[in-house]
Design a protein around this ligand. Structure first.
Ligand code: SF4
Ligand code: SF4
Ligand code: FES
Length: 260
């Protein structure tokens, strides 16, 4: 039922599939306190029953309702209608960086593929999980990165892949570069024991060098993770330090010669 603060909003919503699509106009009721996802649900209930949209929690925690609202990557469930003036037209489109399946639903498989390419944490030898000890500073850093809800808004906005499909092969994207930074900075990770070199891999296999620290990823993160300042820039420094550290360089040469 309408409240006294209801109004009719103008919405433009992208409808279509992988082959073709277009923006469709709707006029739809908005009530006080609602978010964009409420309006999309009302559209489904009243005017477009087959409108495809992905969502689960409606609480900003599952990361599935990502879309572009007036061109900006956002969670639909966390975007209040009060952000907009009643006379505004609100345009809702699917994430541009990933292939459309239907309407507002995109195929985000790229991200799962990149996640699978990152070797997991290698626990310290000889210690049971309850015996791990870390400084609070290291715990805090991991906790910040682990707030990630995998909404992939940062992946969507990053210009390295947004306008360059061909870069997807060689670039993991901010979410996964951050994951690699987390593991590399983890004081208990013993990746080298398994023959893994995370600093080499992040540069040579996952494209850290493509990132020119524009911070667009940080700006859209709904968890306010400082992706660029706290993960990508430190990871660049670590990888570069290593490259220009003469002892590290000599060590890697000797190791390479031994394995030849
Ligand atoms: S800071 Fe790097 S990873 Fe983030 S959006 Fe810019 S280029 Fe992409
Ligand atoms: S880092 Fe932020 S924007 Fe990127 S996937 Fe995680 S929560 Fe979403
Ligand atoms: S529905 Fe879960 S984050 Fe929006």
């Amino acid at each position: 039922m309408s409240t006294s603060t209801s109004y009719e909003a103008k919405f433009r919503v992208w409808r279509g599939d992988a082959d073709s699509g277009e923006l469709r106009d709707f006029t739809i009721e908005v009530n006080e306190g609602e978010v964009v996802l409420d309006i999309i649900h009302r559209l489904q209930a009243t005017q477009a029953p087959d409108l495809a949209v992905r969502w689960n929690c409606k609480a900003g925690k599952c990361g599935s309702c990502s879309a572009e609202i007036n061109g900006r990557p956002r969670l639909m469930c966390m975007t209040r209608m009060s952000l907009f003036a009643p006379e505004d037209t609100i345009t809702v489109t699917p994430l541009r960086t990933f292939p459309v399946i239907r309407d507002l639903v995109t195929d985000v498989e790229f991200n799962y593929r990149k996640a699978r390419e990152i070797p997991a944490f290698v626990p310290p030898a000889g210690l049971a999980p309850g015996e791990y000890r870390m400084r609070q500073e290291d715990v805090g850093r991991s906790q910040e990165f682990r707030k990630c809800i995998e909404c992939f808004l940062c992946q969507d906005v990053c210009h390295v892949v947004r306008d360059h499909e061909e870069n997807k092969q060689a670039f993991a994207g901010p979410r996964f570069l951050m994951r690699m930074a987390e593991l590399d900075m983890h004081p208990l990770d013993e990746a080298s024991r398994e023959g893994l070199d995370r600093q080499r891999a992040v540069q040579e296999e996952h494209g850290l060098g493509f990132c020119n620290i524009t911070k667009c990823c940080t700006e859209v993160c709904p968890e306010s993770i400082k992706i660029t300042d706290n993960a990508l820039i430190p990871m660049k420094e670590r990888a570069v330090d290593r490259k220009y550290d003469p002892l590290v360089w000599l060590g890697s040469k000797i190791r390479r010669r031994r394995s030849d």
